[in-house]
Design a binder for this molecule. Structure first.
Ligand code: 0A1
Ligand code: ZN
Length: 849
């Protein structure tokens, strides 16, 4: 049945399900072209609902037969599913359907990847497997039988029995259909074991394609650390006898938390020093933890409806960031998270795709797995914890798990446990969930007779569908420094609730320097009149690592603005300050590497736009190049010293200490390569013993225009490794000069290894073009045209990945008239494509405005 006009779904229209499910039994007879799915489902009328229509979701299914209580029935096939007359009492529904996994290129439902069967059911993929009430508030116990001539047959829960060509699984924990999973293939196992603190013995397995088994050890250790951490910090134990992880090559997202059977994009699980960078290792550790933590925040307690997505995602991101902070360096994690938040979430929140952490309507839910739901959702939890304190946060979580285990919940349920534990009224705090847009926090200060006053004013700009914003609760962590750099007032959390509000500190001997929004205590844009002398002072003296880094970042940003807007030369204050910081061996190398980073091109475009300028992508790129060159000259001796001093001589470990040292040595190599024509980078490339060194050297060589030989050698060395070849595609596009970027990308799409059906490869190529702003926004419009061509090509194959890629265009209204006209024409061209998917249509219509 084909879709009619796409419907908008509203949170306010929620009604409970008409029927509940007690038990689901599924049998799969696997076949690439004709998989048979037999379902036997025990339904009963929901006493909480007066609705009596029996509707089951279903998409792309061929219905072979159906029965109610054993008697054949003929349901009405309707848009998106079927309806049927049913008894007014509990009954058993049985159906047999046929699907074709091998033709499923959208990678939702049951599909094939590199010869194996796998599933992706979140958010609404189960309806592509069989007819079912595919909504998260219908939770049921599943038993699954898989028949197929594959050596490994996996599903959720615990194994029941298996034999030649079949396996049976039973999951005792009621779950919504989006957590269903099935995997069948020729897989090998990297086994492990964990004993929970109450003594449950859990078999752990990471299943991969033969040949990848030597790349699982790191993920296995990360899994064990996650299991221990969740017991220690949240008191949460694992609840089955087995925990399986499977790596698949074709996957739209990073990974999926299916109950007892997590499915991972192979890029988020496979790791070895030779093929993975330190950043890859860190990401794998975080994603393993994230999916594992979902077992409680997402699976045992799930979402009532998809508007509540942040209930599981914001909380689980918050939990995985706490985990990473504990395993590695908390300041480095915080700074990295804020860099990512500003790059992705602030960009989203200040453009046409802005939406609340809990959206109020959607056309396609897959379009709402966003930085706002995930990352801002996590920030909101961090603010809540800061406001109520660690002890009450822990008590509220205990109550949440105790009260809501086995339920499908809402943000109201979540906030209620905090209100109950703390006695606070969180109705104003709740605006963080309903108001979109990044609040601007303006600060002015006054010092008189030993009293220092900070006056704050908050304003959130209008966002699509929300013109007026009310004041939000903003926790502002502040410390004060005396003129000699000593901290005279340690970190205090000011709780701002009004549109305008003042806070005073008395008994001060001299006018202090404020360190505001320490640890980035709220996701806001701070606006304060200050100067470079004060920024340099904070960079030197602030005891808060986040604000120390932030001061350096602000110095760089201001200097770049002057260069771009007024043609100023690189700022000497910045060059001196960054050198002093980089030279300071008492500071963590990872922190120094971060502080040597510069604002991205997109950051600068965002900043200039905020300040009323029309950003010129070419001018931004040139200013960054000039500043990098000036820094290289300014820090020439230091760079050579750091590159030598921070070489790691011990055997490779992807831990925080070695990662920090390699990051600083690589940052130094970046400086050196600006002056030596790539000689040092070539040496590092030739002698590298790990991917962190090799890939960084490659990027320096590309940057220096000396990459040709290294690019060819890299390909020859790694042509057999899909994940490394993704890096090869990406590097060439990311480092292409602005005028060349579209042509380079286009050339790579003609390479025999380019495969648009593989989301990783598509992102490594076309996604990298969008991540090369000067190239993508080149005045010729070639970047826009190329991306639009590929959106049109990919959409019928994989709407979800196409739709995600559309966000490349979300900033188009920042730019000049000529670029806007070019983008508008491309957006219209894609939008007018016949049979464009609901996913892509929604994204582009919102972006077009
Ligand atoms: N829940 C997963 C991410 C995920 C979301 C949607 C997907 O398909 C639309 C797939 C995976 C997580 O948060 O890790
Ligand atoms: Zn998640």
């Amino acid at each position: 049945m084909e879709d009619a006009a796409p419907q908008t779904i509203h949170l306010s229209d929620y009604t409970p399900p008409a029927y509940l499910v007690d038990k689901v039994e599924l049998t799969f007879r696997l076949d690439p072209e004709r998989t048979r799915v037999l379902s036997r489902i025990a339904f009963r009328p929901n006493p909480e609902s007066r609705e009596r229509e029996f509707f089951l979701h279903g998409e792309g299914l061929e219905l072979i037969s159906s029965r109610i209580d054993g008697a054949e029935v003929t349901p009405d096939l309707v848009e998106g599913g079927l309806t049927c007359e049913v008894p007014d009492a509990p009954f058993t529904w049985e159906a047999e359907v046929e699907i074709a996994p091998v033709r499923n290129t959208a990678l939702e439902g049951l599909y094939m990847s590199s010869g194996m069967y796998c599933t992706q059911c979140e958010a609404e993929g189960f309806r592509k497997i069989t007819y079912y009430p595919d909504r998260p508030d219908v939770m049921a116990v599943f038993s699954v039988r898989i028949e197929g001539d594959m050596p490994v047959l996996l599903s959720n829960g615990n194994p029941v029995s298996s034999g030649d060509g079949f396996a049976e699984w039973h999951d005792p924990w009621p779950k919504p259909a989006y957590l269903f999973a099935l995997v069948a293939g020729d897989l090998v196992d990297h086994p492990g074991h964990f004993t929970t603190r109450s003594g449950r013995e859990v078999a752990l397995n990471i299943w991969v394609r033969p040949g990848d088994e030597d790349k699982c050890a790191f993920a296995m250790e990360a899994l064990k650390k996650s299991m221990t951490w969740d017991e220690d910090v949240y008191g949460r134990e694992y609840d089955l006898d087995i925990f399986n992880i499977v790596a698949v090559d074709d996957f739209n997202m990073g990974a999926m938390e299916n109950k007892g059977l997590n499915i991972f994009n192979s890029s988020c699980v496979l790791a070895s020093p030779e093929t993975s960078t330190d950043a890859n290792f860190e990401r794998i550790e975080a994603i393993i933890a994230h999916e594992y933590f979902h077992n409680w925040t997402g699976n045992r307690i799930t979402c009532r409806d998809w508007f509540q997505l942040c209930l599981k995602e914001g909380l689980t991101v918050y939990r995985d960031s706490q985990f990473t902070a504990d395993m590695r360096s908390a300041p480095v994690k915080r700074i990295s998270d804020v860099i990512a938040l500003r790059a992705r979430q602030f960009r989203e929140d200040n453009g046409p795709l802005a939406h609340p952490v809990r959206p109020e309507s959607f056309v396609e839910i897959n379009n709402f797995y966003t930085a706002t739901v995930y990352e801002k959702g996590a920030e909101v939890i961090g603010m809540l914890k800061r406001l109520v304190g660690d002890a009450d946060y822990a008590r509220a979580l205990d109550l949440y798990f105790e009260r809501h285990d086995g339920q499908a919940c809402t943000i109201e349920d979540w906030l209620a446990v905090f209100e109950e534990v703390t006695g606070r009224d969180l109705s104003q705090f709740k605006r963080w969930y309903s108001q979109a847009g990044t609040p601007r926090l303006k600060v002015t200060e006054n010092f008189k007779d030993g009293e220092y006053t900070l006056e704050f004013e908050q304003k959130t700009p209008p966002t699509p569908g929300q013109d007026q914003k009310l004041p939000q609760v903003i926790p502002i962590a502040v410390g004060l420094l005396g003129p000699n750099g000593d901290e005279v007032v340690p970190t205090t959390v000011l709780e701002m609730t009004e549109a305008r509000q003042s806070f005073s500190f008395s008994g001060l001997a001299a006018e202090p320097v404020p360190s505001i929004l320490r640890d980035f205590s709220a996701p806001v844009i701070l606006e304060r009149e200050t100067d470079n002398a004060e920024r340099a002072f904070l960079l030197a003296h602030d005891t808060d690592p986040f604000n120390k880094w932030e001061a350096g970042r602000a110095l760089a940003r201001e200097g770049l603005c002057e260069m771009i807007v007024a043609g100023a030369p690189p700022d000497a204050a910045y060059l001196d300050a960054v050198q002093a910081m980089a030279r300071d061996d008492a500071l963590d190398p990872a922190f120094r590497a971060l502080a040597l980073g510069l604002p991205s091109q997109d950051d600068m475009a965002q900043t200039l736009h905020e300040r009323g300028h029309t950003p010129d992508p070419q001018a931004i790129w040139e200013a960054l190049e000039t500043l990098r060159q000036a820094r290289a000259q300014h820090c020439q001796d230091l760079a050579a010293r750091l590159h030598a001093q921070y070489q790691v001589t011990e055997p490779y470990r992807p831990d925080a200490q070695q990662t920090g040292a390699r990051a600083l040595a690589n940052a130094a190599l970046g400086l050196i390569s600006r002056l030596d024509g790539g000689a040092a980078a070539q040496r590092q490339f030739d002698t590298a013993t790990n991917m962190t060194q090799q890939l960084y050297a490659l990027s320096c060589l590309l940057q220096a225009g000396k990459g040709e030989d290294a690019v060819a050698r890299f390909y020859d060395q790694w042509r057999h490794d899909r994940l490394v070849i993704d890096k090869w595609f990406m590097m060439q596009v990311l480092h292409a000069e602005p005028a060349e970027a579209a042509a380079t990308t286009e050339r790579l799409t003609r390479h025999s290894d380019f495969d648009m059906k593989n989301p990783n490869r598509f992102r490594a190529t076309l996604g990298a073009l969008a991540a090369n702003p000067a190239g993508f926004h080149h005045a010729s419009g070639a970047g826009y045209r190329l991306l639009a061509d590929w959106l049109i090509r990919l959409d019928p194959v994989n709407p979800q990945t196409t739709a995600r890629m559309c966000s490349a265009f979300e900033t188009w209204k920042r730019y000049d008239d000529s670029r806007q006209a070019l983008v508008a024409a491309e957006l219209d061209r894609v939008l007018s494509t016949p049979a464009l998917s609901r996913d892509t249509t929604e994204m582009l219509s919102r972006i077009r405005g």
